[in-house]
Design a protein around this ligand. Structure first.
Ligand SMILES: Nc1nc2c(c(=O)[nH]1)N[C@H]1C(S)=C(S)[C@@H](COP(=O)(O)O)O[C@H]1N2
Ligand SMILES: [Mo]
Length: 441
């Protein structure tokens, strides 16, 4: 027998195992040949006309059949943010949520990375003009250009960024609405510890205060111990410069901590002996937030399929899948329940389990058409277990009503998000409604 034929027979044999999925391995193999002779292959599509355009040639585009976008959340007059604060400055840009229900793998495409509400628009910064100043309790205050930073030792690490407003809640119709304020990129930049060595830390310094270059001068205080640990001054995101939405040309990446610490359009770091109560700290009470033991996220996971607003067309075999992450390090394991937490099964982890990065999990499942309550629970490498809403409330000695009222102001919630699957295949939010839950800023 010719080796070629043997290969073909093996192909057909393995194809038979997949027959139930309506694949046609033999036909697929035949397609290649006429195309190689320059003839039109049966079923072959025309070339994408636009692909010959210079723009598409030089900076690639996705297929026109792929239409996933971020979801824009617009403010209404009922929004607590408008009730609480002065009118929004111009050119304000509303927040967008990442389509995590469509996410494949652990990296969020830069163009789909969620964005916070941009109170002062997106600054249009010329990197040649941009400077980063480090001063305060230091031996030698220094001003760096972006090019100078790029000449220093650097690292590339995969980390999630999650807004503290990202929270399981009964009002979210979809997983994008409840959990779309998290994204994960490969960030490239200089460890802040390298820069702090350059300037020399003076005795008594215990905090850094970082400032962004937008008109509102977003400021955040961070303990010096964290700054020296794993914080990055990032200029790269997923292999190219950080996007303007994400802080071009420089942003702070504070692994595992709430996103508000990750100052974008970074232009100044001051070493101090105490935290500053910057404007947004005061507004939100972050420093006094009783829900935060520290600023790192606890273990958190959510099922992205099947999830709210989706529908299972028929009973049959499915793969329940989702995302897990923790500010406490890598995800050790994820369990999935289809009966509202009475019993759990260990999920498979698809791909790497990196510390403080999104981790993808899945569990093959036969749905027989019964009602079900789908939820996931993760454990991080420190052994910390993602709590249920009831456990979370008990821990903080709050009733559900108080919990959700406080959460609307303070955030930082990592409890389990159940999805209710009805016998007709529709999926809705499985958390019991709570009256008057205000939305996040
Ligand atoms: N300079 C600056 N940095 C900022 C903010 C801001 O308003 N200005 N918002 C913070 C908040 S609240 C969040 S959730 C993250 C959002 O980062 P992203 O837009 O890259 O997702 O940026 C943080 N860094
Ligand atoms: Mo945020």
């Amino acid at each position: 027998m010719q080796p070629k034929q043997a290969g073909r027979r093996r192909f057909l044999k393995s194809g038979a195992a997949l027959a139930g999925l309506a694949m046609a391995p033999a036909g697929a193999a035949v397609l290649v040949e006429p195309a190689m002779r320059g003839e039109a292959a049966p079923g072959a599509a025309n070339a994408i006309e636009d692909m010959n355009g210079v723009e598409a040639n030089l900076y690639g585009r996705r297929s026109r059949f792929v239409t996933t976008t971020r979801l824009q959340r617009t403010l209404t007059h009922a929004d607590p943010l408008l009730r609480r604060e002065a009118p929004l400055p111009n050119p304000h840009r509303p927040e967008t949520l990442s389509p995590i229900d469509q996410q494949m793998g652990i990296i969020t495409p830069s163009s789909l990375h969620y964005t916070t509400m941009h109170f002062y628009g997106i600054p249009d910064i010329d990197p040649a003009e941009h400077r980063l100043m480090i001063h305060g309790l230091v031996e030698r205050p220094l001003v760096f250009t972006v090019d100078e930073l790029k000449r220093l030792p650097y690292v590339s690490r995969i980390y999630f960024v999650e807004c503290d407003g990202n929270r399981p809640n009964p009002q979210g119709m979809s997983v994008v609405q409840t959990h779309g304020r998290v994204s994960c990129s490969e960030w490239t930049g200089v460890p802040l510890s390298v820069l702090l060595k350059e300037v020399g830390i003076k005795n008594g310094a215990s905090w850094i205060v970082s400032e962004g270059a937008e008109a509102g001068k977003h400021q955040k205080s961070l303990p010096l111990t964290k700054a020296l640990d794993d914080v990055l001054v990032a200029y790269g995101q997923n292999g190219e410069p950080v996007r303007p939405d994400q802080g071009f040309p420089l942003r702070l990446i504070v692994p595992g901590f709430q996103a508000i610490e990750n100052v974008k359009w970074l232009r100044r770091i001051k070493l101090t002996d105490q935290p500053y109560h910057a404007m947004r700290d005061d507004v939100s009470g972050y420093l006094e937030n009783p829900l935060q033991r520290d600023r790192a996220w606890g273990p958190k996971s959510v099922i992205t399929f099947p999830s709210g607003n989706q529908r299972l067309p028929t009973p049959g075999s499915y793969v329940i899948s989702g995302l897990a992450w923790s500010g406490g390090g890598a995800i050790r394991n994820v369990d999935v329940s289809t009966d509202g937490g009475k019993t759990y099964k260990a999920a498979e982890i698809a791909g790497p389990r990196l510390p403080m990065a999104l981790t993808k999990f899945y569990l093959p499942w036969q749905w027989r058409g019964e009602e079900a309550m789908l939820q996931s629970r993760c454990v991080d490498e420190k052994g910390e277990v993602q709590p249920t809403e009831a456990e979370f409330a008990r821990y903080w000695k709050m009733t559900r009503e108080v919990l959700y009222r406080r959460m609307a102001r303070l955030g930082h919630c990592n409890w389990i998000q159940p999805w209710r699957l009805s016998a007709d295949g529709f999926i809705t939010n499985g958390l019991e409604p709570v009256p008057e839950v205000a939305e996040h800023m």
